[in-house]
Design a protein around this ligand. Structure first.
Ligand SMILES: [Zn+2]
Length: 218
């Protein structure tokens, strides 16, 4: 089985990817991580990417395609895998299907975790973390510490570590939704889209996803 994740920023995609990885051993391919990895390893393709980024340009679709293809050929594809951060646009989806086709595969399911911008903003702007024990809080979604600004667990002062402002989150959200809209519609019309409301409790959403994917056999 292979999955594509589509989720606006702060939808909780990272959490669900980790849950599927930990519980079922799914391979997780993050397009952003793959890109950084190649640059760091100074591979041939990594050097090309570095020179494009040094010029302040975007990594083009052709390069993304080569990158994802290279990554997939290093994996044992008999293990389920999930891709996140790619494809984000219709032509990238076509590129990706071409890659899969060469490997004798098709896109199986596309998971769209839908959250409103309002909820995403609350999650991002309300996030507080304990620098000592790493416990997370959120002062805008009801996960407040008992004493304001102080970790319940260890008494350290909580930190706000989000780089996002309301404006930057709003822009990132809009760009993401606009970019991925065509991909979502494509897979919806092909009957491959699993759309889930991402505003509930993560454990419940994970259970729902397990059910929809038919992976939990007891
Ligand atoms: Zn703490």
């Amino acid at each position: 089985m292979n999955l594509i994740w589509i989720a606006p920023p702060a939808a909780g995609k990272g959490t669900y990817c980790s849950m599927f990885k930990d519980k079922y051993g799914f391979n997780h391919i993050s397009a952003g991580d793959v890109l950084r990895e190649e640059v760091k390893n100074e591979s041939e393709i990594g050097k090309e990417i570095a020179s494009i980024m040094a010029k302040g340009e975007m990594v083009n679709d052709q390069l993304m395609k080569r990158l994802i293809e290279k990554k997939l050929t290093t994996l044992d594809l008999s293990t389920a895998f999930m891709l996140d951060g790619y494809p984000r646009k219709l032509n990238q989806a076509e590129d990706y299907e071409e890659i899969l086709g060469k490997l004798g595969l098709n896109v199986d399911k596309v998971i769209f975790i839908n959250i409103s911008k309002e909820i995403g903003l609350k999650r991002v702007l309300g996030r507080r973390t304990c620098p000592n024990c790493k416990r997370g809080y959120n002062i805008l979604t009801g996960l407040n510490p008992k004493i304001e600004g102080i970790c319940d667990n260890c008494g350290s002062a909580l930190e706000s570590r989000s780089d996002d402002t309301e404006e930057s989150y709003s822009t990132r959200y809009d760009v993401y939704i606009n970019e991925t809209k065509a991909v979502i519609e494509k897979y919806r019309s092909e009957g491959k889209l699993i759309e889930i409301n991402g505003e509930g409790a993560p454990e419940e959403i994970f259970k729902e996803l397990e059910k929809l994917l038919g992976v939990n056999n007891g």
